[in-house]
Design a protein around this ligand. Structure first.
Ligand code: URA
Ligand code: SF4
Length: 212
């Protein structure tokens, strides 16, 4: 299968996977990016959280969820009573996709081809960590984790069976889908909508925690 597979060491632990990912040329996204952004958190976590792709800050720092979306996620984890030190955090796509506007780099949603190309990494991470539950945040993550297109609004917060081989989470105990924390950033000036969206994200994270 094309994509990252040939760069993924077989049976490797998370450290070895993160090391090997620096050499990945599984799609074209590595070239304009600063570096690969792999994962953070313990490799024996019960809960794996999956985002879309690194953002501008993550690309520069080499760590997932260290920018504005990471702030929202940290607040939501705290509100849900999940210890941020006990969750493994990663992304569906490991390189930042962007377009340049003058000096700014604007986030560009990954294509299905990028999600597919990067899937072997996520699959190997789930196999190495062996979590009770994988939480897919947003539609890109949901597609990678479940291997199909899903309507987040219909499935969010439900404890789903692990997918078949097409989904990266086939080795997990269960899957929960929710919205992406960055979706909340657009609601920052609309207090009521923010509160509602934040509460819904927290409820989904609690459902995932209860499933572990
Ligand atoms: N958004 C994501 O999906 N992942 C990150 O690591 C940061 C922002
Ligand atoms: Fe490899 Fe994924 Fe980066 Fe593409 S985005 S080069 S598949 S690590």
């Amino acid at each position: 299968r094309p994509g990252a597979q040939e760069w993924v060491p077989e049976g490797a632990d998370v450290d070895a996977l993160g090391e090997a990912a620096h050499r990945c040329r599984g799609c074209e996204l590595w070239a304009p990016a600063t570096q690969v952004v792999f994962s953070s958190g313990p490799d024996d976590a019960d809960v794996v959280l999956v985002g879309e792709q690194p953002g501008d800050r993550e690309d520069k720092e080499g760590e997932p969820f260290v920018g504005p979306a990471g702030r929202v996620l940290a607040d939501a984890l705290a509100a849900a009573g999940l210890d941020p030190e006990r969750v493994y955090v990663t992304n569906a796509v490991k390189h930042f996709r962007f377009t340049e506007r003058g000096k700014r780099r604007l986030h560009k949603t990954p294509d299905v081809a990028h999600i597919r190309a990067c899937l072997p990494w996520l699959e190997a991470e789930v196999a190495a960590v062996g979590p009770r539950v994988v939480v897919a945040m947003g539609s890109t993550a949901a597609r990678a984790v479940l291997g199909r297109t899903v309507r987040i609004g219909e499935l969010r917060g439900k404890v789903l069976d692990p997918p078949g081989d097409a989904g990266a989470a086939h080795d997990a105990g269960a899957v929960v889908v929710t919205t992406h924390p960055s979706a909340l950033l657009r609601l920052r000036d609309r207090r009521a909508e923010w509160d509602e969206a934040f509460a819904a994200l927290v409820a989904d994270l609690r459902a995932a925690d209860a499933a572990r």
